[in-house]
Design a protein around this ligand. Structure first.
Ligand SMILES: Nc1ncnc2c1ncn2[C@@H]1O[C@H](COP(=O)(O)OP(=O)(O)OP(=O)(O)O)[C@@H](O)[C@H]1O
Ligand SMILES: [Mg+2]
Length: 257
């Protein structure tokens, strides 16, 4: 049996009196794409934020590659190889694409200028162009400020920024919250291909989406949440779309009741 890249057991999460998650068991294996589905307010974003260390669960445990961990912040999970793309994107508006892609991994000039903290923007642009090429992602010129991009272009930049950080890391985990919500046809295709390519490199991927066809396109397995509980955990292939919709709406009884 493979050791899951990420495994959650018995996760509870309360927001005040609201119980957003109730005893959730969840795992994703290296190279696997898991679709995480559910209606508005079902708890999908909350579960991803528990995985990324943005929220401390009220109960339950988290293990990364078989080792139990406690995340106190997103930088803890990031150090463990977990990257999240948030539903509410976190890009620096006034900066250009290249700067956004290079936050936290700036290239300094060699020698005295670098010691003084001067960054080599040209080198960073060249590196980012090569990285996006490798990911098969095209947006806008590197020097364009992010505030001048369309919603969809911003989404692609945010996704690419996280994808670059897990590329080539066989033990990486990528958490995507609605990565294609704002995307048109062509860019959705790019993101689909990107997800499959990263999974092919061994990256474990959790994909939150309301787009069922996208799930059928890229997911190996699907987990459905309904009002904070897991109601289905099934392979994508061979599962009727009607059944998935039934679990999402609650018309179909939970597999775990
Ligand atoms: N910061 C918060 N404070 C209080 N309650 C919250 C907070 N965030 C989420 N909730 C509540 O927790 C529940 C789950 O919300 P969550 O954002 O995880 O849903 P979701 O499945 O991501 O929905 P959507 O598809 O609309 O994004 C909802 O009842 C929501 O109102
Ligand atoms: Mg959400």
């Amino acid at each position: 049996m493979t050791t899951p890249a990420l495994k959650l057991s018995g996760i509870d999460m309360h927001y005040g009196y609201v119980r957003a998650l109730a005893g959730i068991d969840f795992h994703v294996d290296p190279g696997e794409v898991v679709g995480l589905l559910g209606d508005n307010g079902a708890g999908k974003s909350t579960l991803l934020k528990v995985m990324s260390g943005a929220h401390r669960p009220s109960g339950g445990t988290i293990a990364v590659h078989g080792k139990e961990v406690e995340f106190h912040s997103p930088s803890d999970s990031s150090a463990a190889g977990i990257q999240m793309v948030y539903q509410d994107l976190a890009l620096v508006d006034a900066q250009d694409i290249s700067t956004n892609l290079n936050i936290g991994r700036e290239i300094r000039y060699k020698g005295p200028l670098g010691w003084l903290g001067f960054v080599d923007r040209r080198a960073m642009r060249k590196r980012s162009e090569a990285e996006l090429d490798r990911l098969g992602v095209r947006t806008a010129p590197m020097t364009r400020p992010v505030e001048m991009l369309s919603g969809g272009q911003r989404q692609v930049v945010a996704l690419a920024r996280s994808a670059i950080r897990v590329t080539g890391e066989a033990d990486g985990v990528l958490l995507l919250d609605e990565p294609t919500a704002a995307l048109g046809y062509e860019q959705t295709r790019q993101v689909e291909a990107l997800i499959r390519r990263l999974a092919g490199q061994g990256v474990a991927i959790v994909l939150v989406t309301h787009n069922l066809p996208l799930c059928y396109e890229v997911a190996d397995r699907v987990v459905v949440l309904n009002r904070g509980s897991k109601v289905a955990d099934v392979p994508m292939a061979g599962t009727e779309p009607d059944h998935v919709v039934g679990w999402i709406t609650g018309a179909r009884p939970s597999q775990f009741a």
